[in-house]
Design a protein around this ligand. Structure first.
Ligand SMILES: [Zn+2]
Length: 213
């Protein structure tokens, strides 16, 4: 631990495979849709953003691998399973063809806090993020630094205060960061895209999402 209390993220990765299920292939499709909308990608500095996950058994989950933001489609080699984690120690244990990113801590925290959540989508989007902060949308505090045990605790407290096992919130201390979650990918996607449309005016061509009010 350094002087400012920041606990460095540590990942213990074991090479292996992740079963390519219909559910995972479906989530890969949702990811491509979000990639095309600019919610997943790579910043000019080369840092990727955005990640999706699906609950596996217990609090384990399958999540998009680290540094995959440039790829429009991932397929079986772009995902890994998080087998265990400690938000307090900022440490993740994972297996698969690729390692998990530090953002997997946020996902794990929500799965642990809400047993009925089955899918989590984390994206970055300037306009959506700004609209959420300007509105009354749930958010973690701006002074909670991202990728820290403090952020994990803030996320757990926030999602426990949202009544349904589905929700959408902004991370004010993580620029452009938005998280949607629900019992399944369709529910999380619907929440995210509905708010996205409301922030941008109706865009045609997004199937299954009602027009903005
Ligand atoms: Zn992020």
């Amino acid at each position: 631990m350094t002087d400012d209390g920041y606990v460095k993220f540590q990942v213990e990765h074991r090479p292996g495979t992740v079963p390519w299920t219909a559910a995972l292939a479906g989530l890969d499709g949702v990811r491509t849709e979000l990639f095309d909308l600019g919610m997943i990608g790579v910043y000019p500095n080369g840092i990727g953003y955005g990640n999706l996950s699906l609950r596996d058994a217990g609090d384990t989950f399958i999540i998009t691998g680290t540094a995959t933001g440039a790829r429009r489609e991932l397929g079986p080699d772009g995902w890994c399973r998080v087998d265990g984690f400690s938000a307090e120690d900022n440490r993740v244990r994972c297996s698969g063809p690729i390692a998990a990113s530090s953002e997997s801590m946020t996902h794990g925290t929500i799965y642990q806090a809400l047993s009925r959540v089955g899918c989590i989508i984390h994206v970055h989007h300037r306009r959506l993020f700004d609209a959420m902060l300007a509105g009354s949308d749930p958010r973690t505090a701006a002074d909670v630094p991202y990728g820290t045990p403090a952020m994990a605790a803030a996320v757990a407290a926030l999602v426990r205060a949202i009544p349904e096992p589905a929700g959408l919130f902004a991370m004010a201390g993580h620029d452009e960061g938005v998280v949607a979650y629900g019992p399944d990918p369709a529910a999380a996607r619907h929440l995210l895209l509905t708010r996205f449309l409301a922030s941008s005016g109706a865009l045609p061509g997004i199937a299954g999402v009602p027009p903005a009010r």
